[in-house]
Design a protein around this ligand. Structure first.
Ligand code: NDP
Length: 481
């Protein structure tokens, strides 16, 4: 069985402790490879390699850094099929999704930042004829990048690309639940000629590798995407060391549907925003609020279409939903369905594990689930489930639905369906979230700020926001007279 290796100082190496963790294929519920169970010694080795590389990489001309990042992007595109299959096996997601979304986006992340650094500019502030200020931006040093399992290569590269593009060196940890494409990326970085030590990937558990990166005194900056609880722990450890922090955390996003929306467009997108990647996207709209006059029509149509969504082998082109990422996660999601029933909810469809046949009989499949009849402020409607489970709630007025939408501890994304322009702008201004999608979902322009408010995080990724995060500004003031 394949043993994944750490990528440290330009080489693929075993963890110092020679210990490994089982890596499961969730579609069949079986171990199919081994992941390094690295510890603080591996993080130290990676940090030393990154520190050494920083002295050269930070002054490498941006044209040269750009050239190497473009090469990595090209190699991801060239290996798209292999990476998509690897992502699907590791994560359980339909291979069609990995092929259409995850892997192309990983290539775009490198391409975007490879070209962005060529167009970045710094500011100057003139004090009439007495003085002039200009801002220098320099890379911070060694960046710690920690990413989750739901969009493995997509989110991993979303951090690494701006970090190394702007001249930092990186110690990165992918989720130990889905490490395979990060490992394949390390092979591509070697092929692309990325100088040794610029990117170091240390595989292993969050409480060992992730915690060591967070606490390391020579890593002054942490970019983290994951759960809100883990984000709070990272902030607790990093704050007394005054580390720069970017935290992209959980979500419990509202999908608000007004009666005047384009019904067909809305329902097609709502199937996606509810169940894409088995509902395991931080941006999924898991709380659906429907204007009362179309509640019954929506419910009937939506449930009938959800029942037709095929749950199956992720490699099968007809499968709309694959497996959820792990047995433990499947049990967590199903426990929320039980909670919803206890809280008075009615399960309109799904709510159960799906048992497939033959080699897939031990896989972790859940039927897409729709629940109604819950209070907006019950636990099911307030806590992040992060699976194929949505709730339906009717509303009568804009004020009422705004109160429902803003009632959780989260504030990542909101989705709004209406053809009324004034209402759309007013609602967008009043929703407590970092992103508002109107009459669409997951439409992404990489230049825009990405991130959440409240318990959904601190800071923004995307565009020049990320380049600013990964650099330190220095104001230089020159007196002229
Ligand atoms: P976790 O918070 O459990 O883990 C995220 C990463 O942090 C993993 O690599 C994990 O390692 C690591 N980690 C765990 N404990 C620590 C620690 N003490 N110190 C440092 N690192 C640690 O999240 P999940 O992987 O379960 O991902 C799902 C969550 O991510 C959801 O809440 C989702 O909403 C959120 N998310 C947010 C996004 C956003 O942009 N806002 C985008 C995508 C997901 P290990 O795997 O070993 O536990």
């Amino acid at each position: 069985m394949q043993k994944i290796k750490n990528y440290i100082n330009g080489e693929l190496i075993e963890p110092i402790g020679k210990e490994y963790i089982d890596n499961y294929n969730p579609s069949i519920g079986k171990v199919y490879s081994f992941i390094p169970d690295s510890d603080e010694r591996d993080v130290e080795l990676a940090t030393q390699a990154a520190l050494k590389a920083f002295s050269t990489w930070s002054i490498t001309p941006k044209e040269e850094r750009s050239r190497i990042l473009l090469k990595i992007s090209e190699l991801i595109e060239k290996n798209l099929e292999r990476l998509a299959i690897a992502e699907s096996i590791d994560n359980g997601k339909p291979v069609s999704l990995a092929r259409m979304v995850d892997i192309p986006r990983a290539a775009s992340n490198f391409h975007f930042y490879a070209t962005a650094i060529l167009h970045d500019a710094s500011e100057s502030h003139s004090m009439e004829d007495s003085a002039i200020n200009y801002t220098l931006r320099t890379p911070v040093g060694v960046a710690g990048c920690i990413s989750p399992w739901n969009l493995p290569l997509y989110l991993f590269t979303w951090k690494i690309a701006p970090a190394i593009a702007s001249g930092n060196c990186v110690v990165a940890k992918p989720s130990e639940i889905t490490p395979m494409t990060a490992y394949l990326l390390s092979e591509l970085c070697i092929e692309a000629g990325l100088p040794k030590g610029v990117l170091n990937i240390v595989h292993g558990y969050g409480h060992k590798v992730g915690a060591s990166i967070t606490a390391h005194p020579k890593i002054p900056l942490i970019s983290f995407t994951g759960g809100t609880k883990t984000g709070a722990e990272i902030a607790r450890v990093a704050a007394p060391m005054f580390k720069k922090l970017s935290l992209e955390l959980g979500g419990k996003n509202p999908n608000i549907i007004f009666a005047d929306c384009d019904f067909e467009k809305m329902i097609k997108t709502t199937l996606n925003s509810s169940f894409a990647n088995q509902g395991q996207i931080c941006l999924c709209g898991s709380r659906i609020f429907i204007e009362r006059s179309i509640y019954e029509k929506f419910k009937t149509e939506f449930v009938s279409r959800v029942k037709k969504m095929k749950v199956g082998n992720p490699a099968d082109a007809e499968s709309k939903l694959g497996a959820v990422v792990s047995k433990q996660h499947m049990e967590k999601v199903l426990s929320y369905v039980e909670l919803a029933k206890q809280e008075g909810g009615t399960v309109l469809c799904g709510g159960v594990q799906v048992k497939l046949e033959k080699e897939f009989s031990e896989g972790y499949y859940i039927a897409p689930t729709v629940i109604e009849g819950l209070d907006y402020n019950c636990r099911t409607n307030q806590e992040e489930i992060f699976g194929p489970v949505v709730t339906l709630t009717p509303f009568d007025t804009e004020e009422e639905v705004l109160m429902y939408a803003n009632s959780t501890q989260y504030g990542l994304a909101s989705i709004l369906w209406t053809e009324n322009l004034t209402r759309a702008h007013c609602m967008a201004g009043n929703l407590h979230s970092g992103i508002v999608w109107i009459n669409c979902w997951l439409l992404r322009d990489l230049r825009t700020p990405f991130g959440g408010v409240k318990g959904s995080g601190v800071g923004r990724e995307g565009g020049f926001e990320a380049l600013h995060f990964f650099t330190e500004p220095k104001n230089v003031c020159i007196k002229l007279k």
